[in-house]
Design a binder for this molecule. Structure first.
Ligand code: HEM
Ligand SMILES: [Cu+2]
Length: 563
């Protein structure tokens, strides 16, 4: 039996128990997954979930860089009000590349494809995902899609925005829309394969004793995310295929000139893309739910509520898509219903925030880099979520729809949320993944720079939107210049904050201190194996914990009964 070919549900078979090493090798560095084999082939044809996670990590980092550079150019253009830096055409293409790459090639795969892939088997006590070859296939599918979209950029770009709204995308844009759409369609299949793999793995490959309510919240949120991958992604796939057919063959689905309805595209698009925002935030919530208890050394408050809230979010998220279409002529009844339902989303979101806060309360706090990111995440996510409630209020939406207020809202959620959780998780599990410690001082400096840079970049955009500056224009009235310069200045700080980790983390791979198995004194099966983990994950049968998050300080959840 070789690496990754195991599909049976137990962890007791396979090389784990046949391993010739003495028990000492559990914490040794001999046969870890990084050094098990060295050839290029052993990376590009690996079926080890940990190596596939690293393939994804390299890819999404590259896409993040492309997304970040184009964002920098957009901010550069907006330093002056009269649009002198780029033509309107170039500007439109820049923000489109930024959005397409960030949403479809970074945010959607980010945490699930990297940490989800790496950690789910380790956290549940399994040797790999249920379908290791499918896991590798999903990376190739992802890269194929990405190449199509990047080709459209090389050929001359796309100017529709990441939302590909009709009728612009079908009838008016004369840019490379079709290859970009083909790329995004293909990438969807990689999400579906990953979601399928996670669902089957979590159902069938948990170690003996690892019951549902002993699972780390990270696993719960990835389970919820996988349901969205499976139920929502096929809808965007169909919508995009119809869009390609409409543009290429005028089949008359979305283009009014041929009897179609452009608003139908918006429905199909948001039926996927609103749930997709939970594809982006749920995994981040999972990361935060691991970091906060570890750095408070305290049991996660309200474990079951946090777990149910993940499933709750994954469910209600399917019923609010119309809040993106309040001003598009949908019926008042529909608008009111979508507005009320959108408010309902705030409930499970707030449950999570309260429970993290309650976990921190009276904990024994250590403000190491991962925790700095987690605290930043909580604050920014609250601002992003609360401004979502403003947007979901019908009367306010009339004023701020399609303004910079919306841009600020979703960046607070997607950068303040997903990206900070991603970076927090990267610092938290970096010792596990690489076997090396990074410089804590540089880690903290960068976390501060990112938090400050982020707020200076995006807070002014709330004000700009409130004052009426629309999104997606390269010229604006001169009275908006001051806040735009502030925003662009902030983005420079943010960029520096992003560059530092790329340097000190990579540096640590060769020069960092060797990491112990459990540098943070954290709970969870992933911390019971060596850093980096052995190729086959567990050398002895993993013992599922009796209670999850068994930290020294226990929250007094049942305090009322005892006091
Ligand atoms: C309490 C939860 C939330 C509520 C009530 C909410 C509400 C809204 C509303 C009403 C809009 C439409 C604004 C408009 O175009 O007029 C909007 C836009 C948006 N939201 Fe949220 N939101 C919430 C959470 C999230 C989360 C968690 C994410 C992402 C991870 C997110 C990402 C977005 C994006 C990307 C857009 C803009 C889409 C576009 O036009 O490009 N939102 N939100
Ligand atoms: Cu939405």
């Amino acid at each position: 039996m070789n690496s990754g070919s195991m599909t049976s549900g137990t962890i007791t078979d396979g090389p784990a128990l046949r391993d010739p090493h003495t028990p000492d090798s559990r914490l040794g560095h001999g046969a870890d997954y990084l050094h098990a084999e060295h050839t290029l082939r052993s990376w590009f044809f690996t079926t080890d979930h940990k190596r596939i996670a690293l393939l994804y990590l390299a890819s999404i980092t590259a896409f993040f860089v492309i997304g970040a550079v184009t964002a920098g150019l957009v901010r550069l253009a907006l330093v002056v009000p009269d649009g002198q830096v780029f033509t309107n055409d170039t500007y439109n293409k820049l923000f489109t590349i930024h959005g397409v790459v960030m949403v479809w090639f970074f945010l959607i795969p980010s945490i699930p494809a990297t940490f989800g892939n790496f950690l789910i088997p380790l956290m549940i006590g399994a040797r790999d995902l249920a379908f290791p070859k499918l896991n590798l296939a999903s990376w190739y599918v992802f890269m194929t899609g990405a190449i199509f979209t990047l080709v459209s950029v090389v050929l001359g770009g796309v100017d529709t925005g990441w939302t590909f709204y009709t009728p612009l995308s079908t009838a008016f844009s004369n840019t490379w829309v079709v290859p970009a759409l083909i790329g995004v369609t293909i990438v969807g299949f990689s999400s579906i394969l990953t979601g399928l793999n996670f669902v089957v793995t979590i159902h069938t490959m948990r170690a003996p004793g690892m019951t549902w309510f002993r699972l780390p919240i990270f696993v719960w949120t990835h389970y919820a995310t996988s349901l969205i991958f499976l139920l929502a992604t096929p809808v965007i796939t169909v919508a995009l295929i119809l869009l390609i057919a409409e543009r290429a063959f005028h089949i008359g689905v979305f283009d009014p000139a041929y009897g179609g309805d452009p608003v139908l595209f918006q429905h199909l698009f948001w039926f996927y893309s609103h749930p997709a925002v939970y594809i982006m935030v749920l995994p981040g919530m999972g990361v935060i739910s691991e970091i906060v208890p570890a750095f408070a050394q305290k049991k996660l408050f309200g474990y079951k509520f946090v777990a149910y809230a993940a499933i709750g979010l994954a469910s209600v998220t399917f019923f609010v898509w119309g809040h993106h279409m309040f001003v598009n002529g949908q019926s008042d009844l529909a608008s009111v219903a979508f507005s009320v339902l959108s408010f309902a989303v705030a409930v499970p979101s707030a449950v999570k925030v309260y429970n993290w806060t309650a976990t921190i309360h009276k904990g024994s706090l250590k403000l190491d880099t991962p925790m700095l990111y987690a605290m930043g995440y909580i604050g920014l996510f609250v601002l992003g979520g609360l401004t979502g409630l403003y947007l979901a209020t019908l009367a306010i939406n009339q004023h701020v729809h399609a303004t910079y207020f919306v841009v600020a809202h979703f960046h607070y959620i997607m950068v303040g949320g997903t990206v900070l959780a991603f970076l927090g998780g990267l610092h938290f599990w970096w010792p596990k993944i690489t076997g090396r410690m990074y410089s804590e001082a540089w880690g903290r400096i960068s976390a501060f720079l990112i938090f400050i840079g982020f707020n200076v970049t995006f807070f002014p955009q709330f004000i700009l939107g409130y004052l009426g500056m629309p999104r997606r224009y390269h010229v604006y009235p001169p009275e908006f210049q001051f806040l735009n310069i502030l925003s662009s200045a902030g983005s420079t700080i943010l960029a520096v904050g992003y560059i530092f980790p790329m340097v000190y983390l990579v540096y640590s791979i060769w020069f960092g201190k060797r990491a112990p198995a459990n540098p943070w004194d954290a709970r969870g099966l992933e911390w019971t194996v060596a850093s980096p983990p052995p190729a086959h994950n567990f050398l002895t049968e993993p013992q599922a914990p009796k209670i999850p998050y068994d930290y020294p300080i226990q929250a007094r959840e049942t305090g009322r009964q005892h006091s």
